[in-house]
Write a protein that binds this ligand. Sequence first.
Ligand code: C2O
Ligand code: CU
Ligand code: CU
Length: 557
Amino acid sequence: KGMCAGLRVHAFVFSRTSIRERVKTKLLINRREFLQKSSLAASAFATLPTRIWPYSQASVPALDPNSLARFVDPLPILPVAQSSAARPDPTNSAVQIPYYRAAMRKFASKVHRDLPPTRQWGYSSNVPGPLFETRKGSGLLVEWANELPARHFLPIDHHLGGAEIGKPEVRAVVHLHGGKTPAESDGYPESWFVPGKSAICHYPNDQDATLLWYHDHAMGINRLNIYAGLLGLFVIRDSAEDSLNLPSGRYEVSMVIYDRMLKRDGQLDYPVSENSPNPWVPEVFGDAILVNGKLFPYLDVEPRRYRFRLLNGSNGRFYHLSLANGEVLHQIGSDQGLLTAPAPLRDIMIAPGERVDFIIDFADHAGEQIVLQNDAFVVMQFRVSRKKTEDPSSLPSTLTSVPRIPESRAVKTRTLSLDEYEDDAGNSILMLLNKSRWNMPVTENPVLGSTEIWEFINPTDDSHPIHLHLVKFQVLDRRRFEAFAFQTKGEVRFTGPVTAPDANEMGWKDTVRADPKMVTRIIVPFEGYTGRYVWHCHILEHEDNEMMRPYDVIAEP
Ligand code: C2O
Ligand code: CU
Ligand code: CU
């Protein structure tokens, strides 16, 4: 804890959330507010954060989304990205591959019929950005152009690493999350570029069919750029998946779910701490839940099977989704592709950065209206038409094979702690991976082609979704341990049995929940490329405040 001298390790100071409570938490609460609300302090509401807001008057009050009419906007179907040209493949100039250009721009769009347009930043002026569609092994090039304004409209914290005073306010760099991408195209957080500049990235897509997503990754302001709207989906297909005859075409719907705080004038709000000049807050939970950019949308469906591909693109909110009529969702895939068999679930848990691929069969529900909910909160509605239609699609009982990697294949086990530090007032102020700041020398340096076990020791009260760039991995297990002994003596004392991953975590993953007071183990084949990548917590406020580390994939010595 050397570098954090003077700071207490965040331990039992407050028993904040169980993960379940957290999913239920409606509106977001920074730690200090929580302390105030949960302590005997009388004036819990006297210190709500003040807001710096160039787009919207500071005096405009917060919007209560429940005051709006529900199901008045259709769910937007994402526009598909169109390539503008072909250019030589950088690794084989004899081959031409599609070339796309996506410009990040400021624009405004309505998130609800009865609100004025919301100013946002989007790729190709869309939030979520255009949907990239490609196939395994079909590489493509994207020119990501920064055409954003020179000033940011969300509260930058200049105390965070990478966002110091003197750095340009508006910086952007794009990462393809889940992509097996060469390091120079992976969107390294420090490889940002300013308005007027662009970067051309090469995505070889040499990987199995799945849903990836692209998003901003600029050091120190990533949470703000994504909150502003810089995120989008990227689908890879392959022949193995084609042969399954899953619902496709208009019966396959891609969606991004994310939460925002809105003001009554429809503008985005992002909370700041009362700790100025350090506006950073440890988590943001908005009470407006948007799907593909709309609040409470509805989708007209036919009484047949549909495939839904869903990303949790929220900064920090976990969802616990279910259908209000109790109907089963059949999860068929996770972050990095199909599960071996459909997992019938009454509810699906999804952490920031994770994707779920699931089938809903509306066949027995002609004429009904079915709500998709997050615990008790309404998210969207499916309106099933009366007219019976043909359903030539299938839901096979076997989807693919995902051979479990034997632990014996691992050449190394890395034990990595997830740490939170707070100041004397109990404000969470810093989060680290393995007690190391971003700027400290690289400590994780797997050899290309080797397999390692990474175990995440989480003594904190938060569930941290941990993501590694470049690779896909399998979740081995989780096991409860005693946080106090770990924090005081560095000992890992298990207090519970080894628990297997959930059925929907048995496929390939790139993001895993490291649950509170648990050791979570993953096994990772480091395949693809050598070079510098990153691994981090996908709660964006954590990632921006040091919960991110570089790692190197090195050539066999
Ligand atoms: Cu969604 Cu560094 O990634
Ligand atoms: Cu990533
Ligand atoms: Cu975290």
